[in-house]
Design a protein around this ligand. Sequence first.
Ligand SMILES: Nc1ncnc2c1ncn2[C@@H]1O[C@H](COP(=O)(O)OP(=O)(O)O)[C@@H](O)[C@H]1O
Ligand SMILES: [Mg+2]
Length: 324
Amino acid sequence: MSIGAFSGSPSELVGRQIAGYRIEREIGRGGMAVVFRARDLRLDRTVALKLLAPELARNDTFRKRFSHESRAAAAIDHPHIVPVFEADEADGVLYIAMRYVAGSDLRHLLDRQGPLPLPTALRIAAQVASALDAAHEHGLVHRDVKPGNILVAPGTDSDHPEHVYLTDFGLTKKSLSLTGFTSVGQFVGTLDYVAPEQISGRPVDGRCDVYGFACVVYETLAGHPPFRREEDMALLWAHQQDEPPPLTGARPDLPTAVDAVFTRALAKAPDARHPTCLAFVTALRTAARAEPGTAHPATRPVRRPDAPRPPPDWARPVFRTPQP
Ligand SMILES: Nc1ncnc2c1ncn2[C@@H]1O[C@H](COP(=O)(O)OP(=O)(O)O)[C@@H](O)[C@H]1O
Ligand SMILES: [Mg+2]
């Protein structure tokens, strides 16, 4: 396959073969890649084949990180990280073959369903958190935690209704330059989940993922990310300077104790955030046990006689959330 073929319409690639994979159909596309369902002809299995935009193969910084981080990601064997089978280059096109995850991604889920019930949001969050923390323990920073990189497959049983996978480690173009703007001044990807230190080009570590992850969890509960601005520059400014609006403004059914948890996870200074993603989810789960409208967690989930009737998801088994 040539770069020319890639820069044409991806639908022209259906039926074509690249590096031992036969392309079957397009699954989706982001700012810098197209993902196809493909057949691994050597092992006769279905895979997701991600073809990166040719301009990325020409960027030396990106190529180095692509090869380093694909290797690192492939080395992590974790139930909530999409297994990478192969990451290489064919005819000037970087590609990644990985497990095909049948289901949806969190972006589509939120677009379709809006804010999720608390138990569902916590179940999904706990799985993503365990994946991120495992990556951080391997010295890997994701850098692009967002709903589109969280794949949601059907789970095993009613106690585990969904199985969540995190994908796309280190593949963001954002951290390549100060603000992630391309040479033609277009931003690749979304600015909704980008940490202040990423914006200002300071060194990042796992805590930049704590920030991005907290933005995602906020959105799963509120139906929108913490900061919404008309202009990209205003959004970048908000991440760096503005206080996130309290989640309970959008979700008055939740105890106000959750607001403090988001204030900490979304702190501008990495040091002020929860040290790990699971620490954030645990704090959120504890805060969510508090009475709606109170700032302190109750020891038992009892309802004051004068308390408003709990919304339906308050009654659901929040506290049986499986611990990965
Ligand atoms: N391993 C996979 N299995 C199934 N679908 C996938 C897989 N990886 C990515 N996808 C789908 O392809 C879409 C496009 O992916 P990508 O190019 O990374 O863009 P983005 O992450 O910005 O949505 C994703 O939103 C997801 O729905
Ligand atoms: Mg992606």
